[in-house]
Design a protein around this ligand. Structure first.
Ligand SMILES: *[C@@H]1O[C@H](CO)[C@@H](O)[C@H](O)[C@H]1NC(C)=O
Ligand SMILES: *[C@@H]1O[C@H](CO)[C@@H](O)[C@H](O)[C@H]1NC(C)=O
Length: 220
């Protein structure tokens, strides 16, 4: 009995703790349009513009209307509509992106530390997947009009195996989900991750590590 009441007394604290781990925090006012130029301390997100200075421009964006250029190494381009592009999203806990894929294009394995993602296929077909922490791959080929969910923080990818371009609109439960692209994170960071870390982790030689590093180095 004593044990139970102790656990009960603990549960509100556990509930609050779990809330504090849940995606972006809730807002405390109607709007807090980001002042992207403010040098004020960032507490969590951006400082707010005065409400009187905010208008419809802060809440709209045409950047997702047209396909982005996919003539790059991976054959894909992510165009974000996050708080950096749509200042009105500040404190609201959501954002979107458009992703375009050339035939054969890949949005390489990556994670979003702050958001679950839900993708909607606009055009074409995509082979998509995520890997759980138990190392199970959950994968499917999704077609025009289909949605797919990538749970927060899990490594995931999308690939266009079709002969025509593909595109998707993706939603996030964060104003700024953040992206860590696994290959670039490990092989193209500044300063670089030491070779011995990578040779041991990937069970390959220094030559192979150097080769990957040179291929993924940011283009000058
Ligand atoms: C909205 O505010 C911006 C400054 O943030 C200004 O440049 C723009 O002209 C305003 N738009 C309208 C319709 O008032
Ligand atoms: C991609 O195509 C655009 C438009 O055709 C061009 O301006 C740009 O230089 C190309 N980029 C690369 C990396 O080839």
């Amino acid at each position: 009995m004593k044990k139970n009441s102790f656990l009960l007394s603990l549960s509100p604290a556990l509930f609050l703790f779990s809330l504090s781990l849940a995606a972006d925090p809730d807002m405390l006012q109607d709007i807090c349009v980001a002042d992207l130029t403010s040098t004020a301390t960032k507490l969590n997100g951006f400082a707010c513009k005065p409400v009187a200075a905010a208008n419809e421009t802060d809440f709209s964006f045409l950047g997702l209307a047209k396909p982005g250029a996919t003539n790059n190494t991976m054959g894909s381009l992510v165009t974000a509509a996050n708080v950096e592009k749509v200042p009105g999203l500040n404190t609201l806990g959501i954002s979107m992106s458009r992703i375009d894929y050339a035939p054969g294009g890949l949005n390489p394995p990556h994670t979003h530390p702050r958001a679950t993602e839900m993708a909607f296929v606009l055009e074409g077909e995509l082979e998509v997947g995520f890997i759980t922490t138990a190392n199970k791959l959950v994968t499917k080929t999704i077609t025009k009009g289909e949605v797919f969910v990538f749970p927060r923080g899990l490594v995931h990818f999308q690939k266009n195996n079709g002969k025509v371009p593909a595109s998707a609109i993706v939603a996030f439960n964060s104003q700024l989900p953040g992206t860590q692209s696994i290959a670039a994170t490990l092989f193209a960071s500044t300063p670089t991750v030491p070779d011995p870390v990578l040779t041991k982790a990937f069970q390959i030689g220094t030559k192979e590590v150097e080769k990957i590093k040179s291929r993924l180095a940011p283009k000058k």
